[in-house]
Ligand binder design. Structure first.
Ligand SMILES: *[C@@H]1O[C@H](CO)[C@@H](O)[C@H](O)[C@H]1NC(C)=O
Ligand SMILES: *[C@@H]1O[C@H](CO)[C@@H](O)[C@H](O)[C@H]1NC(C)=O
Ligand SMILES: *[C@@H]1O[C@H](CO)[C@@H](O)[C@H](O)[C@H]1NC(C)=O
Ligand SMILES: *[C@@H]1O[C@H](CO)[C@@H](O)[C@H](O)[C@H]1NC(C)=O
Length: 394
C-alpha cells in the first residue's frame, strides 16, 4: 500500500480468466485459501461463568463481570479440562513474487470483534489492507480466522475458545508453516495453485489486540518459535484493565443477527451497535465514515471465555525470544489505554519481559484509535513497522 502496485491490465485479465485472482486486493495477488486441520492436545481452564443464551443473559453476564462483589479471576478457576480435538482453521496464505523478503512469513492473528478480514480491508484496500501492504513490501503473509470466528470451527464458548487453547493453535500453525507443509496438509478452498511448497525461512508474528495477547503467550511458552513480533493494539501500561467489558455493548450473537450468526451457540456474544464499534475501535478525526460502516458490517462474535482467560497469557517474560519486538498502538486507544496512551507506559519495564530481544520499540500511531487498519493514515503506520523490521534485519 505504501507503494502502489503497478499492474498490467492484461495480466490481470488473464489471471481472472484462469480463476486465480484472489477476491480482493490488487489483481495478480497470489493467495491460496485453506482449511487447515489443527490437532490440539492441551489443557484449558474450566471457568466459573454464567450461562449466556439470550441478550438478557448477556447483559447480566456483563453485570457479573463488573460487579465489585463478584469472584475475581483467580476465584473463577474451577479446575482444568483436557482439550483433545482437531480444529478446522480457515486461513489464507499470500506470497509475493520471489524477492529478498518473500521467504519471511508474517503470521497475523486478529483480535476480538473481527475475523481475518481485519488485516485485509476490502474497501480502498490500497489505503487500508495490511495484507496488500506486506505483499508490496515483499513479505509473505498468512492470515487466519481465530477459533470461534469467521469460517473456522466454533466450539464450546465457556472453556474451549479461550486464550490458552488459541495460543496452542497459533503454536501449531507456526510449526506447520515452518515445516513447509501448511498448504499440502490443508484442504485447498481456492486461489493460487503454485504455493504448495512454500517454506519460509523466518516467521514474524503479527497480532492485533487479543491476537497480540496470544502472540505474547506464544513467545513466553516457546520463544524460539518466532523470529520477530509486531504487537499491535496492545500495550503494557498503567491503564491496562481499566476499561470494563460494558462499552463493547454486547448482545447474544444469535439473537442479535440470526442470519449472520445463526451458527453461534451458547456463550457467543457480539457488539450490538455501530456506536459501540466506534467507541472501541475508532477515534473521531481519524476515520472515514465508510470504514465505520465496513467495520460494523464485518463484525464478528467472540466468546465469554476469551475475556476471562485473556489475563492468563499476559505478563509472562519471554527469555528465549531473540527477535525484535514492536508494540504499535493508536495514540487514543480506548480499551487498552482508557483513551490516551501518552505517558502511560515504561519502555524499560516492558524490555525486562524480552531480555534477549534484539530490538524493542513502542510506537503510538498519531490520532488513531484501537482499530489501526481501519483508521486514516494506516499505511504510514505500517511503514513505521516495516522500517523497524528492516532495521532489525527482517
Ligand atoms: C481473589 O479472591 C480470593 C477470595 O476472595 C482472595 O483470597 C484473593 O486474594 C483474591 N485475589 C486477588 C488477586 O485479588
Ligand atoms: C505463481 O504463479 C504466478 C503466475 O504464474 C507467478 O507470478 C508467481 O511468481 C508464482 N509464485 C510462486 C511462489 O511460484
Ligand atoms: C521504569 O521501569 C524501570 C524498570 O522496572 C524502573 O527502574 C523505573 O523506575 C521505571 N520508571 C518510571 C518512571 O516509573
Ligand atoms: C501518519 O503516521 C505517521 C507514522 O506514524 C506519522 O509520522 C504522521 O505524523 C501521521 N500523520 C498524521 C496526519 O497524523
Amino acid at each position: 500500500m505504501a507503494s502502489a502496485l503497478i499492474v498490467l491490465v492484461l495480466a490481470a485479465a488473464s489471471l481472472v480468466k484462469k480463476g486465480k485472482a484472489s477476491p480482493t486486493g490488487p489483481p495478480g495477488r497470489q493467495c491460496v485459501q485453506l482449511e487447515v486441520p489443527v490437532p490440539v492436545d492441551t489443557t484449558a481452564i474450566h471457568w466459573l461463568q454464567q450461562k449466556v443464551e439470550s441478550t438478557v443473559d448477556t447483559v447480566d453476564w456483563v453485570d457479573d463481570m463488573n460487579r465489585w462483589t463478584s469472584p475475581n479471576t483467580t476465584s473463577r478457576i474451577l479446575g482444568q479440562i483436557t482439550v483433545k480435538e482437531t480444529f478446522k482453521i480457515n486461513g489464507q496464505l499470500c506470497v509475493p513474487p520471489k524477492g529478498p523478503r518473500s521467504d519471511i512469513l508474517q503470521l497475523a492473528t486478529h483480535g476480538v470483534g473481527f475475523d481475518k478480514r481485519y488485516w485485509d480491508v476490502e474497501i480502498k484496500s490500497d489505503k487500508y489492507s495490511y495484507v496488500d501492504a506486506a505483499l508490496a513490501e515483499g513479505y509473505s503473509i498468512f492470515t487466519y480466522d481465530r477459533l470461534g470466528t469467521g469460517a473456522s470451527d466454533k466450539p464450546d464458548a465457556y472453556d474451549v475458545v479461550s486464550a490458552n487453547v488459541q495460543v496452542e493453535i497459533l503454536r501449531k500453525l507456526t510449526a506447520l508453516a515452518r515445516s513447509g507443509k501448511l498448504v499440502s496438509s490443508s484442504k485447498k478452498l481456492g486461489g493460487a495453485s503454485n504455493l504448495s511448497s512454500y517454506k519460509p525461512k523466518k516467521i514474524i508474528q503479527v497480532g492485533h489486540s487479543l491476537g497480540s495477547a496470544l502472540v505474547i503467550g506464544l513467545l513466553a511458552a516457546d520463544g524460539a518459535s518466532s523470529d520477530g513480533a509486531i504487537l499491535t493494539g496492545f500495550l503494557y501500561n498503567s491503564q491496562l484493565g481499566g476499561v470494563s467489558v460494558a462499552p463493547w455493548g454486547f448482545e447474544f450473537a444469535k439473537e442479535n443477527d440470526p442470519k449472520k450468526f445463526g451458527d453461534r451457540g451458547s456463550g457467543y456474544i457480539v457488539q450490538s451497535t455501530k456506536y459501540n464499534t466506534q467507541l472501541v475501535f475508532l477515534k473521531k478525526g481519524a476515520f472515514e465514515p465508510a470504514l465505520l460502516d465496513y467495520a460494523w458490517k464485518i463484525r464478528q462474535p467472540n466468546t465469554v471465555a476469551e475475556f476471562i482467560s485473556l489475563g492468563t497469557v499476559l505478563g509472562q517474560p519471554a527469555p528465549d525470544f531473540k527477535g525484535p519486538v514492536q508494540f504499535t498502538i493508536g495514540e487514543y486507544d480506548y480499551g487498552f489505554c482508557r483513551g490516551d496512551c501518552k505517558g502511560t507506559y515504561n519502555t524499560t519495564a516492558i524490555k525486562e519481559l524480552y531480555p534477549a530481544s534484539t530490538a524493542l520499540q513502542v510506537h503510538l500511531q498519531p490520532g488513531t484509535g484501537h482499530g489501526l487498519t481501519l483508521s486514516t493514515n494506516a499505511t504510514a503506520g505500517y511503514k513505521v513497522t516495516f522500517d523497524f523490521l528492516h532495521d532489525a534485519g527482517l
